[in-house]
Design a binder for this molecule. Sequence first.
Ligand code: AMP
Length: 414
Amino acid sequence: MSYQRVKGSYDIVPTSDEAWKESAFWHFIENHVHTLAKKYALEEIRPPVFEYTDLFLRSVGSETDIVSKEMYTFEDRGGRSLSLRPELTASILRAYIENGLQQTPSQRYYYLGSCFRYERSQKGRYRQFTQFDVEILGDKDPTVDVEVISCFLELLTNLGLEKYTLKINTLGDLISRKNYVTALKEYLETKKHLLSEDSQRRLVTNPMRILDSKEASDQALLQEAPSLREFLSRETLSHFQEVCNLLDSLGISYQIDEKLVRGLDYYIDTVFEVVASDDKGAQNALGGGGRYDGLLKQLGGPDLPGIGFGIGIERVMQALIAEGKAPLRESGPQFFIIPLSKEAKTAGFLLLQKYRKEGKSALLFNKNFQIKKGLQAAEAMHAQEAVILGEEELEKKVITIKNLRTRQERKESL
Ligand code: AMP
């Protein structure tokens, strides 16, 4: 019997039919993420993959789909309810509070890590997936909103992605949101029987979520619904205006989407999402984020504002492939040493160690002493140069180096 990986998961391997599953592609992404983080003065927090379930109930919200339907929750042997993290913000904030990081001068964090959601698995939707997450705490200034958005877009640009759309919206502060939800509820209660089953449930648990319902019947009802804009405070509107002005001055194009509410409970004021433009349907969101002033306090931390985003790395990789922008596969070792006798093998093995000490990548062919087989293996490994060590070379204390691209040969002393 052979084993299979868990449904909705995937392996990252050196070569695959799908480029996004290749380790070299992941290294490419990881390098870009860490370089970008440095540029934005972001520091890394690495939380564990599981947390006490209560953390996600309190932050993401018990009425969200993520928590109510998709979380991997289990009891450990000590009877504690634990959950694999479905997103990263809650864990990062928990770690920030628990480690007393509010005492440190910088409050800017990032992390690249796995998340887990029990979703129907399909292209772009996995049960274990990877997010690049950024969180900036303690700063309410609109420049920070724009910094966060521009960091998101810069990753896409640096990776080579071109076809995407930035959507932004403002959800208002907690008070205006509350007033709006009351009005929305009142309006929808009168038409409850016309709502989809999901939205009828959301009317009780989380009415704002009805705004991003995909059902045409729900959307038709929403045409006449009160608009969130009418409930927003002057502060919210001026904050949002400044965000838009700053985006304009950076030449970042965006669409204002008044229906954009994002799935999680904790967002207020600025929210945004980036969508790959050439895909259609529900699977094309590359990531999103927003402000969550109040969440830190709700989790037992200081009363500080916060803003962040999560980018789905697999989706970004797939969008890059769709645009023909996947990076070229990394080449193999620089030197592939081919000894042609037992004696030469020993000399070749010493040479191998010498190359590695010098920081060069090298491999030794030890299957047999046939030059043809050795060269075939070197080609198959995508080696850059074959180093041939035969009788003659040993005698003269030289090596023959054959460049496998240009086919040119040269001799060097052993
Ligand atoms: P969310 O916080 O749900 O908006 O997720 C942020 C981003 O993570 C999404 O825009 C996707 O790119 C990615 N994402 C969320 N769920 C999944 C999943 N099940 N599989 C792959 N990527 C996902």
